[in-house]
Design a protein around this ligand. Structure first.
Ligand code: GDP
Ligand code: IMO
Ligand code: MG
Length: 428
């Protein structure tokens, strides 16, 4: 029995999708606990590429139950489109996909509010994915949100939409000078979504807890990453949910005593998409090389990802905040052929050395990273499946990351494809 959380240790896009798909081999249930279709989790099987946005990355294993938990925000049209897309490719999406009744719905006005808010911020915009994520979580916290379970009762649903639109349409007209929303149109549209999603809507808290009680293997899939967490990330340049491991408990209704392990997914370098500070960002040709070799373009928005060296200050923060029990280090192959590789071990700001992640945005924005350099390797690591077959310098790099973070690498990923990885230890 195992209840394992897979969490991003950096700014998202660490390769969580690939690691979750691999671990699903031995899992009975895979559950998403937060975020929405701002996520883009890529899984490559043979030469087929799948990008999952809302559906857990376990869906490609036909016998695994996939759960979208209460902590996720759901855009029903996006979910239905994703389901149909997978079904067209021969992937089973039926009783094996469950949608929590208490998950909040992304409404058309949330998308409008997200875009309007970004526009009004101008240069200081967050660079959101424009999917309505922030405004939906705002309504959840304001207790004016509409939940998946409400889709099952059109009268309650209509009443909530009408109440909300009084306020929303006032903002649309007077603040954003944008067209008003029609309650009738929204209700018609969502009634249809409700009809199509009904068979998937369930008490997911009960289902997940029963599975745990029966000793099943449960995998909890985080979206985004530690530094995009609303509380522990680079606020305000973050997403609007708790993407850290703790979010798995609230986002699914699982008690912390049930969690047996937390795997932090660590890209062998660092990337970030959207605005906000990034101490180890590389703006020269090496950054460009990482971006093109690593295919660092957003899986959701297609935006180029900013690239930089591995930052151990961040990883130590991720290890502490998530209580990491192991790491899955991904994209090692992208570093093949570099003469030297830099690892950031601290930040220097106004003469002072910081080895723990500072809370002050001023420091994170203006610090100078302190680097140690290691020699690179000139042979290919692509597709290597055994640790001992890695070039000696690649092994030294992994070992150095382990030493600097105090966390062991349980998996090392050496390529995009499902089987391109080194398995050192699995949670099951
Ligand atoms: P996620 O959001 O954390 O699931 O990550 P994304 O899917 O957004 O981005 C990770 C990208 O790296 C995807 O294109 C993956 O197919 C790819 N990827 C994952 N692991 C590896 C690896 O070890 N090597 C290479 N070359 N690509 C990888
Ligand atoms: P996965 O799960 C990388 C970033 C956006 C923006 C900020 C807020 O694929 O790792 P939002 O739309 O959430 O309000 O945007 O968060 N962001 C991500 N960056 N990977 C993601 O997901 C992200 N989801 C959101 O670019 O900077
Ligand atoms: Mg992604």
């Amino acid at each position: 029995m195992s209840v394992t959380i897979v969490v991003g240790a950096q700014w998202g896009d660490e390769g969580k999708g690939k690691i979750v798909d691999f671990l699903t081999e031995s899992a009975d249930i895979v559950a998403r606990y937060q975020g929405g279709h701002n996520a883009g989790h890529t899984v490559v099987i043979n030469n087929e590429k799948y990008v999952l946005h809302l559906i857990p990355s376990g869906i490609l294993h036909k016998d695994t139950v996939c759960v979208i938990g209460n902590g996720v925000v759901v855009e029903p049209a996006a979910l239905l489109e994703e389901m149909t897309g997978l079904q067209k490719r021969g992937i089973r999406v039926s009783e094996n996909l469950l949608l929590g009744k208490s998950a909040h719905l992304i409404m058309p006005y949330h998308l409008a509010l997200d875009k309007a808010s970004e526009k009004s911020k101008g240069k200081k915009c967050i660079g959101t994915t424009g999917r309505g994520i922030g405004p939906t979580y705002v309504d959840k916290m304001a207790r004016t949100g509409i939940r998946v379970g409400d889709l099952l009762d059109p009268d309650i649903f209509r009443e909530k939409v009408e109440t909300n639109l009084k306020h929303i349409n006032f903002l649309m007209k007077n603040l954003y000078h944008a067209p008003a929303f029609s309650a009738k149109k929204i209700c018609q549209e969502y009634e249809e979504y409700g009809r199509r999603l009904k068979r998937h809507i369930a008490d997911t808290d009960l289902i997940v807890n029963r599975a745990i009680a029966e000793g099943k293997n449960v995998l909890l899939e985080g979206a985004q990453g530690t530094l995009l967490d609303i509380d522990h990330g680079t606020y305000p340049y973050v997403t609007s949910s708790n993407s850290i491991a703790g979010g798995a408990c609230t986002g699914l209704g699982i008690g912390p005593t049930k969690i047996t392990g937390v795997i932090g997914v660590v890209k062998a370098y660092t990337t970030r998409v959207g605005s906000g500070p990034f101490p180890t960002e590389i703006s020269d040709a090496t950054g460009e090389q990482l971006r093109s070799r690593g295919g660092e373009f957003g899986a959701t928005t297609g935006r180029p990802r900013r690239c930089g060296w591995l930052d151990v200050v961040i990883l130590r923060h991720a290890a502490m905040i998530n209580g990491l029990s192991g790491m899955a280090i991904t994209k090692l192959d992208i570093l093949d052929g570099l003469d030297t590789i830099k690892i950031c071990t601290g930040y220097r700001y106004k003469g002072k050395l910081f080895e723990t992640f500072p809370k002050e945005m001023e420091i994170i924005e203006n610090c100078k990273p302190v680097y140690e350099e290691i020699r690179g390797w000139d042979t290919s690591t692509l597709g290597i499946k055994e640790f001992r077959k890695l070039p000696v310098q690649a092994r030294a790099y992994i070992k150095r990351i382990e030493d600097l973070t105090g966390i062991k690498a349980h998996i090392i990923s050496t390529g995009q494809k499902r089987d391109e990885l080194i398995k050192i230890r699995t949670p099951f």
